[in-house]
Design a protein around this ligand. Structure first.
Ligand SMILES: [Ca+2]
Length: 181
């Protein structure tokens, strides 16, 4: 005879769960990866080199070799990985890099998007591959960019030697669809 005494709480729990699910799915729909770009597909200049690693995406990553001086804080235009990306629509975008740093002497790139100011992208020196959204150590980190449909250029310059990148995802922050890949 007590079989129905818990029916009201159960319905409330179910309703709460469904409401949470709807809110969660809506927030997820606000952001999506629209393109994955392998670092090894970049146009490389100077000391930037493709390294083979079976554990990485495409079995390769990009970095600069160890040198006598680890600190090259002045961005060096001769050493770069240049990506040309093409966006299908206007929007707000971010760039998520799969990166690796062995220590705090190998944990940053200098970044330039199109003709914008160069900035320092600092990553965690945690000796593990992880995703880090591109940001400016000196101001906004992570960053997003309002970009128009069409071609754009993203350049990573050498700043600290041996900072590694496997690939990056272009993320559309105002994404309303999951089927843009
Ligand atoms: Ca790769």
């Amino acid at each position: 005879m007590n079989a129905n005494t818990n029916s009201t709480p159960n319905l409330l729990q179910l309703f709460s769960f469904l409401l949470f699910s709807v809110i969660s799915s809506n927030s997820l729909a606000d952001e999506c990866n629209i393109q994955k770009i392998e670092a090894e597909s970049a146009v490389l200049g100077g000391k930037f080199t493709i390294f083979k690693d079976e554990q990485t995406s495409g079995k390769s990553f990009v970095s600069t070799p160890k040198e006598s001086s680890w600190s090259l804080f002045d961005s060096n235009d001769n050493h770069f990985a240049k990506f040309t990306i093409e966006l299908k629509e206007d929007g707000e975008y971010a760039f998520d890099g799969m990166v690796f740093s062995e220590d705090n002497h190998s944990d940053s790139f200098t970044v330039q998007l199109n003709d914008g100011d160069k900035f320092t992208w600092d990553i965690d020196s945690n000796k593990a591959w992880y995703i880090d959204r591109i940001g400016d150590k000196g101001s906004v980190d992570p960053m997003s960019f309002i970009l128009s449909k069409g071609k754009h250029t993203l350049i990573l310059y050498r700043r600290e030697v041996q900072t590694k990148i496997d690939y990056f995802n272009i993320v559309k922050l105002d994404c309303q669809t999951k089927n843009m890949l």
